[in-house]
Design a protein around this ligand. Structure first.
Ligand code: FAD
Length: 384
């Protein structure tokens, strides 16, 4: 597999994303606005419903193909962060939702009538240690009553539904700490401003993300996904897909940086010749390219295993790590190649530089991936 594979799919995505150029992304970045037109265009063209089964109005593409969609968005200079949630958040409903939940949500998500691209897992006091989360859902008859706090809940202001992970059995009463957590569908249209208070977090990138305070939120029992107490397993089930899609975004970023760096290096004349003549400029770009290509192959391998229904935890995690490192290396090289102009907003490098840095931390930080590989692949002791 290479960047030439899936030519028709790539061409189809490019037709949509090419309408959103650097100027568009700079404008939304500067205004800290949500790229509404871009997300709508992708939705209307059907690209965000790639993973929804055909019977519910989606195109039922493979994860490999979905990863190519994300790659092409970022490769064209776009920021998938505004929409990638839609690709994998609804995966939880596809895999574990009831027939009624699927029928109610998926066709409307596929058509763009509803958006469900928000997932509230992380909490301010517990961070990566998800099993310790403090948000509780207490069953009262045919409802759960939820109280707690979440942080970094992205795209909430641009979603109609959100997935929420909360503890339904106290930690002291479960055999394994990963048990006793449940996942719920929350109708944000009903609850924001009432039981959910939203405090936006201004952050380094143009990414709509929030701190949320949940106060006596009543969720009907039929909005629980799957069995009570198995929520973390359902969320974890979707994480391999998430890691692979994010890896593909990083690959897209990597190609974008390398294209920009190569082009600029060939055009910029200093000391009477293009700076691309200097190996001090050329080699770092070439090396970054090699690493992006390698990361892309690991992404394809992880996606292949996923699509075949085979275990892919190790490959999904490794592809995310390799791709995030490769895109960050390419970002640094691109900035360096541009010299001072790399810092000028007009060149758009600094925006992408900020955006690709996020992948070292979210949705899973590099250390936690290394810890997974150390423990689960290499059999070393658990470090936490
Ligand atoms: C822009 C943005 C958007 C996000 N969107 C969402 C979202 O939509 N939904 C959601 O639920 N979350 C979201 N997150 C949260 C994100 O998943 C977390 O920030 C991430 O998982 C890390 O958790 P933390 O920030 O609490 O860091 P911490 O867990 O506090 O960790 C801090 C640092 O310590 C390291 N560390 C922690 N434990 C260990 C260990 N045992 N060994 C070695 N190193 C360790 C981490 O790797 C990290 O570098 C988002 C974050 C950002 C920044």
């Amino acid at each position: 597999m290479s960047r030439q594979d899936f030519p028709e799919l790539r061409e189809g995505v490019r037709q949509v994303v090419s309408a959103f150029d650097s100027r568009y992304w700079q404008e939304v970045d500067e205004a800290r606005a949500f790229p509404e037109k871009f997300v709508n265009a992708l939705t209307d063209a059907g690209w965000l419903s790639a993973l929804i089964p055909e019977e519910y109005g989606g195109s039922n593409l493979s994860l490999t193909e979905a990863s190519v969609i994300m790659e092409e968005i970022n490769r064209a200079g776009g920021n998938s962060g505004a929409c990638h949630g839609q690709m994998y958040v609804m995966g939880c409903v596809v895999r574990h939702g009831s027939k009624a939940q699927k029928e109610a949500l998926l066709p409307k998500i596929a058509s763009g009538e509803l958006r469900m691209q928000s997932m509230a897992v992380t909490e301010p006091t517990t961070g990566s240690d998800t099993t310790q989360l403090k948000t509780v859902a207490v069953r009262q008859g045919d409802h759960y009553v939820v109280n707690g706090q979440k942080v970094w809940t992205s795209r909430l202001q641009h979603s109609d539904f959100m997935l929420l992970l909360a503890r339904t059995t106290p930690l002291a009463d479960v055999k394994k700490k990963s048990e006793g957590l449940s996942v719920f569908l929350v109708d944000l249209r009903e609850e924001v401003g009432k039981s959910i208070t939203v405090k936006p977090i201004r952050n380094m990138v143009n990414h709509e993300t929030n701190e949320i305070f949940i106060d006596n939120l009543r969720i009907p029992v039929e909005n629980r996904i799957g069995e009570e107490g198995k929520g973390l397993k359902y969320i974890m089930d979707g994480l391999n897909a998430e890691r692979i899609l994010i890896a593909a975004e990083c690959v897209g970023d990597g190609y974008w940086f390398i294209d920009r760096a190569t082009q600029y290096a060939k055009e910029r004349v200093v000391f009477g010749r293009s700076i691309a003549h200097n190996q001090g400029i050329q080699f770092p770009i070439a090396k970054a390219h090699v690493n992006v290509e390698a990361a892309s192959l690991m992404r394809y391998e992880a996606a292949r295993l996923f699509d075949a229904g085979l275990p892919c935890g190790a490959e999904a995690n490794m592809s995310k790590l390799l791709a995030a490192d490769a895109s960050w290396e390419a970002a640094n090289v691109c900035l360096q190649t541009h010299g001072g102009f790399g810092f000028a907003a007009e060149y758009d490098i600094e925006r992408k530089f900020r955006e690709t840095r996020l992948y070292q931390v979210a949705p899973i930080s590099t250390n936690l991936i290394l810890s997974y590989v150390g423990e689960h692949v290499l059999g070393m002791p658990k470090s936490y």
